[in-house]
Structure formats: structure tokens, C-alpha cells
Design a binder for this molecule. Structure first.
Ligand SMILES: *Cc1c(COP(=O)(O)O)cnc(C)c1O
Length: 401
């Protein structure tokens, strides 16, 4: 009998081999694994790539449990672990490119992903072409004979454009190109990567998998075709994580579904309230029609979360600062996916360096928020007071102009 999705969050990775008879797998710390006989050592060597204790860098039973859980919930043939999401992205790409290759990178990628392409890939002689997140079939025109990887991130970083993943993936596959997706927003579960043509699904597990803002962790789950190469090349680049962090990643999975549903419910309420505000030009929440690519969200995703953006009608940094400085429940901080609410502002000119082909050319300030698990009325009241501080300065500016 195949398990329901909620049941899977509870059972994933809990094979008795790893748990040793208790509910959670013990944290197994090891560099050296010791063998009593030549035969034991030989057996470990032969099976070292397949969840057999060999040497700490290959992982311990705690890692194996987390890796099993990730492939059970995302699909695919195996999961490589990295010390953070950025390492997962860079190592996944580096595992498959060589000098002279070309990759297609979505213009709305996470900023360090872009910096990795512009600095590290460039240095290695790998060329990057950025493409518009909503390019759809137009991707065809950007493919070159040496294109090796098509990289997606959906929804896009900060501006939240949802991509037509199946269309992009099928065109890429017609040309033998590997499709990689930064699947962090969907936490690997609200968008099923392998059902939509993705070959390698990458996550900053730092965000919703861990879910408590206290661990850096990255994952890359690969299909059967690419698993061996991803695992072995990442291994050669020395990628490994502590068993404590793997343990916390695994623990996060147990509550992932309930957390995501509550984040999604809260964020939709906040987003709908923001839509009614006179200061707001539009809201970029994938579940709302005003978000570019909303139709693909409706078609391909099974749920939402707490992260979205909204764009104000004007840009007046002093007023934005007044809004941000007095917040009670929304803190300013990078990252997201924890239980707490966060807020960050992007003035329109900041997109000049973040985008090369899909600059949204906003008139007003963009605010990205992560809606946490607080009482949603407290969060709305906090934003309402923020708008009062904002409006006071806008009014002052208008009366002195
Ligand atoms: C945070 C984030 C990353 C990077 O993850 P780290 O663990 O901080 O290195 C990558 N992609 C997306 C979409 C992110 O939000």
C-alpha cells in the first residue's frame, strides 16, 4: 500500500537499520570507522557508495537516515548533503560542467548563485547566459551546442516569478541538457521535481527543512541517471556535513507539512490584506493572480508557504527606513523558513545589479516578507503601524516639496 503524503513525513528515513529501535536515529559521530577483519574492511570498501559505514566523510547512519528521508519525500535515486544551500548549488553545477561548456541560468536566481556563475564558472571557462524566468518556449533560441545545464529557480528570488518547469525541462531534454532546480521555496515537497522533468532538485535545507533558523544545510537529490556522478564528484570536492546538522534536518521533516500549511495560511491572509492597502502597487504571492506565473503555481504546486513580496507605489528610502525600524514582530534578516517573521526592502535601483535580462523596472520599493507562525492579526497590526510611520514621512516630503 502506498503511503499518503502526511504519513510519509512521519515514516521517512526511519528504517530500523538507522534508528536502532528508538524513534529517532541516534547522532552517530565518526571520522574513523574500524574493521576487525580484512573481509569486513573489504566489504565496506565495495559498498561505500551505498550507505555502508566506511569513513566519516562518506556519512554515518544519521546521514543515511536523512538522505533516505529526502529521497522518500522528493523522489529521485539519492541525496547528496552539503554544508549549506550555496554549496549544494555550486557543487551540483561543478559536478557536471567542464571548460568550454555553457549553462543557462535563470535571471531571477538567488544572488550568490549569480555571483558563483560570474566569478567561479567564468574563471573556469564556463559561460553563463541568463534567461527571463517567464521565457517559456523561447528558451529554445538560447541553447548552444555546448549547453550542458539548464538551471531553474521557481518562484524566482525576491520577485517571485513562477516558471513553466515542464516546458523548459522538455526542451532541455530534447538537447541532452541536464535540468537543475533550486527547489527551496517548495521545500522539495510542494513542487514534485521529478514529476515535472527535473533531473537534480537542490535545496537550501537551511530554510524550511530545518525550519528553526539554527542550522546551515544543503541537499541535492538526483535522478537515477545523474546520481552516481553527482555523489562522486561532490565527494571529491570534500562535501560533507556534521551528523548533528543531518539529525536536525531529519527532525525538521517531521513537522514540515503542518508548518508549511500554517505559514501558507498566514501568508495568504497577510497578502490579501496588503492587496487592499492604498500604499501597495501589487502583491507578488504565487497563490495570487497578481504574481507573474501564477497559472503555473496553480497547475504544478500543491501548497504554498510564508515567503512572498509586495511592491509599493513609491520609492522613498527614508520612509521605508521608518517602516522597517519600528517593526515589532518582523525582524530584518537574511534567510527565511524559520518559525519567525522577517522583512527586507529592495529599492528599485538595486535590481540593476541583480538582473541583466528581466529587470522588473519597479517604480516603488519592493518588500519581501517571510510570514512566520505568530498570530496573523499581530503581524497585520505590525504592518499597519509600519505603514503609518511610512505615510507620515511621505506626507512630510509632499508638504515640504
Ligand atoms: C538561502 C537560499 C539559498 C542558499 O542557502 P544557504 O544555506 O544560505 O547557503 C539558495 N537558494 C535559495 C532559494 C535560498 O533562499
Amino acid at each position: 500500500m502506498s503511503e499518503g503524503k502526511k504519513t510519509k513525513y512521519i515514516t521517512a528515513g526511519r528504517d530500523k537499520k538507522w534508528t536502532n529501535g528508538v524513534v529517532n536515529p541516534p547522532v552517530q559521530r565518526a571520522s574513523t570507522v574500524v574493521f576487525n577483519t580484512v573481509a569486513e574492511k573489504h566489504h565496506a570498501g565495495v559498498n561505500r557508495t551505498n550507505k555502508t559505514l566506511f569513513y566519516g566523510r562518506r556519512g554515518t547512519t544519521t546521514h543515511f537516515a536523512f538522505q533516505d528521508a529526502m529521497t522518500e519525500i522528493e523522489g529521485g535515486a539519492g541525496c547528496a548533503l552539503y554544508p549549506c544551500g550555496t554549496a549544494a548549488i555550486s557543487n551540483a553545477i561543478l559536478s557536471f560542467v567542464e571548460t568550454g561548456d555553457h549553462i543557462l541560468m535563470v535571471d531571477t536566481c538567488y544572488e550568490p548563485t549569480r555571483d558563483f556563475c560570474d566569478q567561479i564558472l567564468k574563471k573556469l571557462g564556463v559561460e553563463t547566459t541568463y534567461y527571463d524566468p517567464v521565457i517559456g518556449e523561447g528558451i529554445q533560441e538560447l541553447i548552444k551546442p555546448n549547453t550542458k545545464v539548464l538551471f531553474l529557480e521557481s518562484p524566482g528570488s525576491i520577485t517571485m516569478e513562477v516558471q513553466d518547469v515542464p516546458t523548459l525541462a522538455s526542451i532541455a531534454h530534447d538537447h541532452g541538457i541536464i535540468v537543475m532546480l533550486d527547489n527551496t521555496w517548495a521545500a522539495g515537497v510542494n513542487f514534485s521535481p521529478f514529476d515535472h522533468g527535473v533531473d537534480i532538485s537542490i535545496q537550501a535545507a537551511t530554510k524550511y527543512i530545518v525550519g528553526h533558523s539554527d542550522v546551515m544545510l544543503g541537499t541535492a537529490v538526483a535522478s537515477e541517471k545523474y546520481w552516481d556522478q553527482l555523489r562522486e564528484q561532490s565527494y571529491l570536492m570534500g562535501q560533507c556535513v556534521s551528523p548533528d546538522d543531518a539529525y536536525l534536518g531529519l527532525r525538521g521533516i517531521r513537522t514540515l507539512d503542518v508548518r508549511l500549511r500554517q505559514h501558507a495560511e498566514n501568508s495568504l491572509k497577510v497578502a490579501e490584506w496588503l492587496q487592499s492597502r492604498p500604499e501597495v502597487d501589487h502583491v507578488r504571492h504565487p497563490a495570487l493572480e497578481s504574481c507573474p506565473g501564477h497559472q503555473f503555481f496553480k497547475r504544478d504546486f500543491t501548497g504554498g508557504n510564508g515567503l512572498f513580496s509586495f511592491v509599493l507605489k513609491t520609492s522613498y528610502p527614508r520612509a521605508t527606513t521608518a517602516l522597517l525600524d519600528g517593526m515589532q514582530h518582523f525582524s530584518m534578516g537574511y534567510s527565511w523558513g524559520g518559525f519567525e517573521s522577517l522583512i527586507l526592502a529592495n529599492e528599485p535601483k538595486s535590481f540593476n545589479s541583480l538582473r541583466t535580462v528581466a529587470n522588473p523596472n519597479f517604480e516603488g520599493t519592493l518588500l519581501r516578507i517571510h510570514v512566520g507562525l505568530e498570530d496573523v492579526d499581530d503581524l497585520i497590526a505590525d504592518l499597519e503601524q509600519g505603514f503609518a510611520r511610512y505615510n507620515a514621512l511621505i506626507l512630510e516630503k509632499e508638504t515640504t516639496a
